[in-house]
Design a protein around this ligand. Sequence first.
Ligand SMILES: Cc1ncc(COP(=O)(O)O)c(C=O)c1O
Length: 399
Amino acid sequence: MFNHFESPLIMRYNFDEIIDRSNTASVKYDLRQQVFGDAAVLPMWVADMDFRTPDFIMNAIRKRAEHEILGYSIRTEAWFNALIAWLKRRHNWEVKQEWITYTPGIVPAIIMSVVAFSNPGDRVIVQPPVYFPFFDAVKNHGRNLVYNPLIMENGRYRMDYDGLEKLCKEGAAMILLSNPHNPAGNAWTPEELGRLADICLKYGVIIASDEIHSDLVNRGYKHTVMASLSPEVAASIITMMAPSKTFNLAGMATSSVIISNPELKKKFDAVLEGWHVGMGNLFGNVASEAAYNYGEEWLEQLLDYIDGNISALMDFAEKHLPQVRVIRPEATYMAWLDFSKTGMDSAELKEFVIKKAGLGLNEGIQFGPGGEGYMRMNLACPRSVVMKALLQLKAAFGE
Ligand SMILES: Cc1ncc(COP(=O)(O)O)c(C=O)c1O
């Protein structure tokens, strides 16, 4: 868990430790054969981390497990206080308990938002390349998916405000926003979010802001909670937050939806209650309360480590991978790699990455229009694994 104490009070966590996750019913490891046709690829796809869950979370889970009765559970006052204090400390966002609703994951929350705030046939805007479950959340529920693609400019994506205004004007019920942005790692600025909000508010378009990566903002950048921009924005927005990426608790399926507008909250809760999935997960509650109460020191060390992994990738790519352009993530632990210089089409690129480089990455095309020629690489792993992956990539190009 730790390799030394720097001071009697500060624990040094060891992110270099290699932990074998195979045969632990892990999506990232145990679905490799199924997804890549090769169980031996280095898995750098699904967005979870290969780091040990920190001691303060594991201890809380163990302590609760010792009680040995795992009946129906509630989120206590202490649980709400832990989340509210975290949002205030980390994001300077003041949230009231009555704004918070539990959901068993953020993807379910996105789907519930689509169902609650649009009608079949309505248009729902997404800004690709973007986290791909957004697409099915819209399409599987009989809504119309409309794209306002991001524009790549000087190595960074920006939003197309003219395109957005046009779509809003033509009539759209809502927009699904990834803030920070997955896969390109934009930590959207207050100015960018403000411009988007102005357009959406002008046309009465509801904003569903997926802020699952909000705690994972890299050094030199800042997360802006979109709802904190102004009371007007807050009145038109659904914010989704979770400890699952921050503390590697995705398997706990525990997240929160925060809605300050009582009318919108009522609509959302009606969908959640309609499916009777609002009770929550006992261990998810225990784990997230411990994470929010005690997780700051660990998170700071994690962010330093990820920053180091990003720098290692950037340095290596600059020196040894002229074929690949790396979009440095401002947030998230994912890197967006542009292989378009190689001239490979999507099928060739997939084959090259899996068969020649031995890597399990997410294909850019999964993220919709604009993802062609890209791959997403998960850097939340020991640095030695990042370096191994890069050497494999270099060797593949050398062949
Ligand atoms: C932007 C984004 N939203 C949601 C999720 C998944 O959320 P959950 O596992 O809580 O459904 C992910 C996971 O990668 C993500 O990147």
